[in-house]
Design a protein. Sequence first.
Lengths: 412, 183
Amino acid sequence: MAEGLNKTYKVPIGPVHVGLKEPITAWLDVDGERIKGATIRPGAIHRGIEFMARDRNPIQIIYLAERICGICSFAHIVAFVRAVEDAARIEVPARAQYIRTIVLELERIHSHILWAGVACYTFGYDSAFNLGMILREKVMDVLEALTGNRVNYGTGTVGGVRRDITPAVGKVIREMIDFYKNEFGVFYDVVTDDPIAKARMRDVGVLSKEDAIAYCALGPTVRGSGLRVDLRWSSPYEAYCDMDIKPVVPQDYTGEVYGDVFDRFLVRVLEVYQSLEIIENAMAGLPSGDLMWEPKLPKLLNYLKQADGTGLSSIEAPRGDDTHAIRLTGGQDNITWWKVRAPTYSNAVSWPIMFMDNELADSPLIINSIDPCISCMERMVVTDRSTGSGNIVTKSELIERCRDKTRRMMGS
Amino acid sequence: MKPRCAEYTEEYVSPDKVLSLLRRKFRKTADSMELRDYKGGAGNETAYQCLWVQVEKQRFLDLVDALREIDFLHFQITSGDDIGEAVQLNYHFSIFRCAGRGKRLGVTVTVDVPKDDLVMPSLWSRIPGIEYSEREIREMFGVDFDGLPNKALVFLPEDWNEDIKPWRRDETGPRPEDIRELS
């Protein structure tokens, strides 16, 4: 496509993959290779989860909440049960709070390594992708040892947790920390020291500080723009109340902020180290005591039936602030309403700004940089409005375009 | 149109002061305002607080602007329910996101939108990040937003019958035959 003809073409990216919470279609206006505008259309797979929940009691909704997302399923459970605990005034035992924190951080490690690997894959750095996938196996093994499952752990419940950290599991977690401390540095080095990787991510998909604030960006996306925003620090919950968490921002490590894909990459990779430290601290300070506020389920359900009030909870999920709000009405088994705001809901609003004046070949990387699902780009249709003709660009062709750019840069 | 530059304040104001300021300015609903403690950790001490505020629809924008004078109003989500005569909306905001450890203040503003006049002023020009949520409330509850430029469907499919408002509990809500039970 020629550039500079003052004629834009609309390029839709979508529809989407069922595997993730936020399926999104992006309509890009392109002039040649330059993206001049973008319109986002989510909702291709809105499942009406909040509507379904009206016919369920809080314990049943835990299993619904867990299935909002595969990667951060525990983050959704914790956000949900905390909202219920807020509405019903339930205090969680200290040991349960610490176990929640440990699982949340394990999940963050899992999510960030997976994301970093997939980002490398997107621009054709397959060896780094494979290295990331190998590293990620370790934390999945630990999650399996602790909960019995690699995803959807079924570990959280209203008023506590359902799995304990036994001495055997504790040993596995400590081994994992040692493993990552020795092995993860290699992954960090191969990507941050690689000139091509840096060239592909530097100055791509820039989100300025002002835009990050105005468009209400969250998590690593807003921290990548240099803002110290982290709920584990600004409104601590669970075991984070006993820890001093410093939000990870690029200027503390590189001395400057670009707010680009590279900065978001850096924030996520550095947060893996932070999570290891948090898990280490939580393991060291793990209090003894009960796992649940009320272990007898019928008694708990009866209490929740009497409860009357509105609850709110925001926690720092791997992709940013995950907010759940819930209303319980006294005398009713089922909840009255429930609202979920996953981080991508907010972060996707910033996409059009990140796309502006970038190359079409960078679009997969930009979409990926806020950490939604890369599989969301099942296919893409390029339409020439003047002739009305349309042809379909598949996901693999789009990835190939992205990789071609890397090859051009390497001069091969 | 590019919204004005945004920044977070460095002048922190304690939650008690924010509460008394709002109570002074919005006397009519002052009694409904509540500051809730959120506790945690091994010592079970208060880690942060959230403000719960109710306001009449006519004074909603005044309240939002009063909060914006304190700090950039970070928008999280709108929740809501059909309560019979009105659609009740809860705007979940936060301020002091960047102000220090434990200093973030969550602010939930509850407004009743009467069903005979289902229109709310849009906050889009003040907080562009609110766009999806206003479009969602519009399609799910049928509440219109005055000043929102893009009113297209956001989560419902293109061929959706817009007379059906999925989250309403009255005659405009989904009828039993509109719901397909999967099990």
